[in-house]
Design a protein around this ligand. Structure first.
Ligand SMILES: NC(=O)c1ccc[n+]([C@@H]2O[C@H](COP(=O)([O-])OP(=O)(O)OC[C@H]3O[C@@H](n4cnc5c(N)ncnc54)[C@H](OP(=O)(O)O)[C@@H]3O)[C@@H](O)[C@H]2O)c1
Length: 292
C-alpha cells in the first residue's frame, strides 16, 4: 500500500467483504509474492503449485494448464486454497491465447509477477522419443518444439511487463544488483549439445530443449537491460517420476529417480539463491552448471 490510490481501493474492497471476487482481489494485492506456474495440471508443474502454496504462505499462485476442467488434482488444490490459487487456461499448442491470459490476470488485479515457471513439456506427441531418423516427422518436430520452446518464449514475451514490476520476492536478497522477477524455464540435460556424446536419438525433444536454452540465453540478455532486470535460467529437474519419463525408468538406477516433491524442492532452493550473476545459466537440480 504505497500510494493513496491503492489504499482507497483496499478500503472499497474491504467494505464489501461478502463479495468473493473482491476478497480474492484483496488477497492478491496483499500477497507478498506472485508466482505463475505454466503447465500445472500434473507432474512437476502440479508439484510446484503444491510446494509454493505449502512452503511460501505469502505467495499467490497463478496456475495455467491446457484443460482446467480435466485437471482433477489441480482443481482439488484450488478447493483447498481458493483465495491463493487461481487457474487459467493456456494451451501452448495455441499460443495466441497467452496474451489474452496475460491481459486477464492484469484486469483481475495482479500488478506484478515475481516468478514465472515454464514447466509444460512433452517428449514427443507419441510419448516416445525418436530412436532413429526413420521416426522423424515434421508433425512430431513441430508439436514438440512448439510446446517446449516457442510456448515458454511467448509466455516470457507476454508476462515480461509484469515480471519487470516484480519486487524481488524470490531469489537472493543479499546481492547488490537487485532483480525484479525470475523466469525458470524447465529444461532437460539432453538439450545440452556438449552432453550428447554417443547416444543421439530423441531428435524432437533434444532440439526443443536446446532451442529453449537459447531462448533463455537471449531473454537473459534482453531482460537484463533497464532498471528492473529479470533473472532468466534454464533448469534440468533430474529424472523425475512423472508420466513423461516413466516409460524409460527401467534403464535408470532407482536412487536416481526423484519424486516430484524432491525435484521441486531442489529447484525452489536454487530459485531462493538466484542473483543477476546467474542469469542465462543452464543449471541442474543440484545447482551445477550444465554446459550448453
Ligand atoms: N520427468 C522427467 O524425468 C523430466 C526430465 C527432464 C526434464 N523434464 C521436464 O520437466 C517438465 C515437466 O514435465 P513432467 O515430468 O512433469 O511431465 P508430465 O507429468 O508428463 O507433465 C507434462 C505437463 O505438460 C503439460 N503440457 C503438455 N503439452 C501442453 C500444451 N500444449 N499446453 C500446455 N500444457 C501442456 C501437460 O498438460 P496435460 O495434463 O494437459 O497433458 C502436463 O501438465 C517438462 O518441461 C519436461 O521436459 C522432465
Amino acid at each position: 500500500m504505497r500510494t493513496s490510490g491503492r489504499s482507497n481501493s483496499y478500503e472499497t474492497r474491504w467494505l464489501r467483504p461478502w463479495c468473493r471476487q473482491c476478497l480474492c482481489v484483496a488477497t492478491k494485492e496483499m500477497a507478498s509474492a506472485v508466482a505463475l506456474v505454466q503447465g500445472a495440471s500434473r507432474g512437476l508443474g502440479l508439484q510446484f503449485c503444491r510446494s509454493l502454496l505449502q512452503q511460501r504462505p505469502g505467495t499467490h499462485v497463478i496456475a495455467t494448464c491446457r484443460d482446467p476442467q480435466s485437471a482433477v488434482e489441480l482443481l482439488s488444490l484450488k478447493s483447498a486454497n481458493s483465495d491463493r490459487l487461481e487457474i487459467e487456461k493456456i494451451d501452448l499448442a495455441h499460443p495466441e491465447g497467452i496474451q489474452e491470459v496475460a491481459e486477464k490476470v492484469k484486469q483481475n488485479g495482479v500488478k506484478k509477477l515475481d516468478l514465472l515457471i515454464n514447466c509444460a513439456g512433452m517428449l514427443h506427441p507419441s510419448g516416445k522419443g525418436e530412436t532413429s531418423l526413420r521416426d522423424v516427422t515434421l508433425e512430431g518436430l513441430s508439436a514438440t518444439v512448439t510446446t517446449n520452446a516457442f510456448g515458454p518464449l511467448l509466455m516470457a514475451k507476454h508476462f515480461a511487463p509484469l515480471l519487470t514490476k516484480g519486487s524481488g520476492a524470490y531469489g537472493s536478497k543479499s546481492h547488490q544488483k537487485q532483480h525484479s522477477g525470475i523466469i525458470v524455464n524447465v529444461s532437460a540435460r539432453v538439450g545440452s549439445i556438449s552432453d550428447n556424446i554417443g547416444l543421439g536419438g530423441w531428435y524432437s525433444y533434444r532440439m526443443s530443449k536446446t532451442a529453449l536454452n537459447m531462448a533463455t540465453k537471449n531473454l537473459s540478455i534482453e531482460l537484463a537491460r533497464g532498471r528492473s532486470p529479470v533473472v532468466c535460467v534454464s533448469i534440468h529437474p533430474g529424472t523425475v517420476n512423472t508420466d513423461l519419463s516413466r516409460p524409460y525408468h527401467r534403464s535408470v538406477p532407482k536412487d536416481k529417480i526423484f519424486t516430484p516433491e524432491y525435484s521441486a524442492e531442489c529447484i525452489l532452493g536454487i530459485v531462493d539463491g538466484l542473483t543477476m550473476g546467474d542469469t542465462g545459466k543452464f543449471l541442474a537440480w543440484d545447482g551445477q552448471i550444465i554446459p550448453h
